[in-house]
Write a protein that binds this ligand. Sequence first.
Ligand code: FPP
Length: 296
Amino acid sequence: MTTNAKSAIPNHVAMIMDGNGRWAKQRKLTRIKGHTEGAKAVRSVVRTCRNDGVKFLTLYAFSVANWSRPRPEVRALMTLLADFASKEKVELREKGIRLSVVGEIDELPTFARRAIESAIEYTAGGEEMTLSLALSYGGRRDIVHAAKAIAAQARAGLLLPEDIDESFLRAQLSTRALPDVDLLIRTSGESRMSDFLLYEAAYAELLFLPIMWPEMNEDVLRQAFEWFANRERRFGLTTQQLRSSSLPLDANGQPLSAGAMGENLSRSFDPEDSRDEITPQPSDTRCSEAVPEGTV
Ligand code: FPP
């Protein structure tokens, strides 16, 4: 990895682990074998992220929609998740990796839920990286749950409309302990969000890779980090504004979270100063270069 990439490792990486089934089909194997190989890729990705200094890694392991898959496949996925939690927890703790879950862990079968809860408890002291598994997760559903929680507080007279801002809404989501996503990677060549971290990835760099998830490895990930290091994250601002030293930066040298920055900027916003900057610009051409070299 270049020095540039090392100094700009994304703080929060999220991954849509897609293509296990197609990987297996290409090799005339069962879908379940594809998921088993996918679980091996998970182990490699977790290690690489931890070693390279990623602080939050969130993996889309089982969506709300995945409950509609054939029962044997659902069962196999639950078994893989339980095995992962049971077998990896010792190494996770040794490496300072804290396991957590976003979504609805209560909807998992008891054997899987118990194994994962045990690993969560066992790794609770980890301070190097938080590994979150999105389980029975849906981004829209998470937002609906948040809206219901807010409505209940309002009905109880505990809340006024003016109390609701971005951070208040964030605090009601199952992802409340996670920061904004910096880099979101999806494998399998599909370029969709599929209901993953819709609110949290608002300013994420999106990288759609043509490989299948079981082919994900350390080399591909490092290329992804190189790609990320070369992005100019503008958060709706101009390059000139970004380079001005007056903007508040986070620990990675990036401007503060878009929400926090929006609040700061709106306080000092003068529309006369900014007229040129809000004129629509030709659309960004980033998607055409969205694949790191060597992964096609
Ligand atoms: C999508 O591929 C993948 C999933 C629905 C499950 C992801 C699960 C794993 C990677 C293994 C277990 C996870 C952990 C954390 C140990 P797909 O089946 O939709 O592939 P396809 O689109 O090619 O059919």
